[in-house]
Design a binder for this molecule. Structure first.
Ligand code: NAD
Length: 468
């Protein structure tokens, strides 16, 4: 088993103690992660602060370093993807896609333009808007897409001229440690540091006085804690938080035709996606055919160890999350839910839960009202489109949503009524560098992706000259 190390000031560092990372497919150890001490965290932030002095100065050198780092990640895709599957559970093909996607994002980010604007330039004066980095960025990531989310922070933060200390989730730290080890060979010491530890380490990082910006992805309750501590020091924050995405099906669709896409929009990564479809609203007339069509897809899915190439869905990532999904489904059953496929944990070692389609519950039942973050999809019927829109919006979440229809004009007008950062039409989960990705209401503050994501790591600096 590879010995995993943190990256602090360009060096590979162990800690006085380490913690086990559990493989959710076997419940055995996937590896051990160093438990970063308070002194090591201080050293990481100090290294980042020191490296910032020169890293911020030479944009062309940064671009070249990021290109080189992308090559190093590309060379280690297989190794990092294998670790990702071992600790996260997702099928190896998906893990490989995730690491390749991260390398591609790094490569593309290296070529992005840093904005510079001149809003006045005449005989009397000139106004320039220069975009400058913040300094040390704390990047804190969850366990569902550890590598993609890490890169969505690291790449734009570094191009912008910031330096970074990243703290991955204690459930999936190993692949991030490997990613940073690979990248750091192309970067000056201190520019990119990785520390591993529990939630308390995240809290220490967010309260560190030398951190100027926090880029956090995780749950709403933790996001609120981060916002609270950031406020004491007016640290800038980007918060990418939870979701409970509705899909609204209009009455002109062919249920059998949309069922596979709707299924995967909900169950990809075993439903552990902030912006997966988490509740489907269907007109009464299409209800039975759609439920049957999605249940038919669900019952054919091969659930298993991500290292088995025939596996389509892996386990739930951790025991706590599995217990939560079990409790929500059992609660729904007690309240009269009809189970159309799945409905329980698989009778084998590992945190496996059968892909579950259920109906017969109201919007107030926790499996519908809360973010359940697992392989379960409640399907609900509606009488009128206004009723569906109102119910879709009746939550504090506002990350994504989708409308499924043949009549695109109608779908577009419904899309405009939905409170969400992104509304897809006849698709879901499609993220692109051509659009910002963020949430409204409790789903977050700020955006990732493309030039908007880059802008979140830059602050505006105005030079306003009067010619004398
Ligand atoms: P979490 O909030 O439990 O943990 C996220 C990270 O925060 C972990 O690294 C954790 O160690 C750290 N942390 C915990 N307490 C902290 C504190 N007090 N201060 C600083 N850091 C702390 O979330 P999770 O269970 O790892 O991830 C699942 C959640 O993430 C879901 O709610 C999901 O919707 C959300 N998510 C959102 C997006 C998005 O882009 N909006 C993407 C992926 C996941």
């Amino acid at each position: 088993m590879t010995r995993h190390t943190m990256t602090i000031d360009g060096k590979q560092v162990e800690a006085g103690s380490s913690t086990a990372v559990i493989n959710p497919a076997t419940e055995g150890e996937a590896g051990r992660a160093p438990a970063c001490s308070a002194a090591q965290l201080d050293a990481a932030v100090a290294a980042a602060k020191n490296a910032f002095k020169s890293w911020r100065l030479d944009e062309e050198a940064r671009r070249q370093a990021l290109r080189n780092a992308a090559e190093l990640v590309q060379a280690r895709v297989a190794e990092i993807a294998n670790t990702l599957t071992l600790e996260q559970g997702k099928p190896l093909a998906h893990a490989t896609g995730e690491v390749m996607g991260a390398a591609a994002q790094l490569k593309a980010t290296a070529e992005m333009k840093i904005p510079y604007e001149v809003t006045r330039d005449d005989a009397k004066g000139k106004i320039e808007i220069i975009y400058k980095p913040y300094g040390v960025v704390a990047a804190i990531t969850p366990w569902n897409f550890p590598i993609l989310i890490a890169m969505s922070k690291i790449a734009p933060a570094l191009l912008a001229g910031n330096t970074v200390v990243i703290k991955p989730s204690p459930f999936t730290p190993l692949s991030t440690l490997e990613l940073v080890t690979a990248m750091s060979q192309a970067l000056p010491p201190g520019v990119l540091n990785a520390v591993s530890g529990d939630n308390a380490l995240g809290a220490q990082l967010t309260t560190h006085p030398d951190v100027r910006k926090i880029s956090f992805t995780g749950s709403v309750p933790t996001g609120m804690k981060v916002a609270e501590v950031a406020a004491h020091d007016l640290k800038r924050t980007t918060l990418e938080l939870g979701g409970n995405d509705p899909a609204i099906v209009l009455d002109d669709v062919d249920p059998v035709a949309i069922a596979p896409m709707l299924f995967w929009s909900s169950f990809m990564n075993s439903g552990q996606i902030c912006t997966a479809v988490k509740r489907v609203y269907v007109p009464e007339g299409l209800f039975e055919p759609l439920v049957n069509a999605i249940a038919a897809v669900a019952s054919q899915i091969k659930v298993g160890d991500g290292l088995d190439p025939t596996t389509q869905l892996g386990p739930i990532n951790n025991a706590m999350q599995l217990e939560r999904v079990i409790a929500l489904v059992e609660d729904a059953k007690k309240r009269g839910a009809r189970i159309h496929s799945g409905g329980s944990r698989l009778d084998r070692k590992g945190y496996f839960f059968a892909p579950t389609i259920l109906s017969g519950v109201g919007d107030d039942v926790p499996i519908v009202a809360e973010e359940q973050f697992g392989p379960v999809l409640p399907i609900l019927s509606y009488k009128s489109i206004d009723d569906a829109i109102e119910r879709a919006n009746a939550t504090q979440y506002g990350l994504g949503a989708s409308i499924w229809a043949k009549d695109l004009a109608r779908a577009h007008s419904v899309a405009q009524e939905i409170d969400a950062g992104t509304v897809w039409i006849n698709q879901h989960l499609a993220l692109t560098a051509n659009a910002p990705f963020g949430g409204c209401k409790h789903s977050g503050i700020g955006e990732a992706g493309g030039r908007w994501g880059l802008a979140s790591y830059l602050q505006k600096h105005v030079i306003n000259q009067r010619f004398v």
